[in-house]
Design a binder for this molecule. Sequence first.
Ligand code: ZN
Length: 284
Amino acid sequence: MKLAVAALFAAVCAGWIPLVAAQDTVPAAPVPQEERVVFPASVSQGALIFGKVPPGSQVRYRERLLRTTAYGTVVFGVGRDEPGPLKVDVTTPSGRTESVSLAVTLRDWPTEHVNGVPPKTVNPPPEIAARIQREQALVTAARVRDDERADFALPFQWPVQGRISGRFGNARVYNGQPGAGHSGMDIAAPNGTPVKAPAGGIVTFASPDLYLTGGTVLLDHGHGVSSNFLHLSRIDVKVGDRVEPGQTIGAVGATGRATGPHLHWGMNWFDTRIDPLLVLERGK
Ligand SMILES: [Zn+2]
């Protein structure tokens, strides 16, 4: 018996018996289905990007280790001014590594003139500037969390129906003075119109009276993806509440720096601002 095994071993070593198909004679083996890493080849500025990796993979984008769902979904945002290409590094549970390069499609950002804004909101006096800074720090802190929930993975719905009165990313000039790119999307709707959660989430911030943004609610959709709803006239939720898709969270208003009633809906991946319209279109 021992002799037979030894003979077989010798035969294999000598190449007489091809126990395993010689790998160098067939084309490079395709990556098996369960090992596949899938990202779009090109992405838009302001987009929320979904990728698929083997569950349990380590996925790195920039300095961040991305959380993966049980199904191997990962998500990250592309900044408004991101030139690309982007690089995502994946290590699968089997130890295989793959580096994915994503080209970025540049968008152009038209200039929008917003006139009739209260002057003190454009050039705030020092004490107001300090208040704005304090309030922004609170909002920024609410966007640090990286929850396991995958509320972001379901299609998003419009929080209110209405005309888009301001697009994400547009360069803004307030009362003739250049401001930052528009951080979200404005939807015109009458004062008091219910604002519905575009996706499920946890309320991470709620304040009726921030200086610039007025009635403000932040909703965390998991994996660093969040929504913010500004200028609300009413808030129906509190911090820590679990909100289901379509649930009313407040009402449209014109509080803070606003020239008329509308909903400003912003979205973030951590501190990267993304375009809600692209997120809506993905769900179509
Ligand atoms: Zn806005």
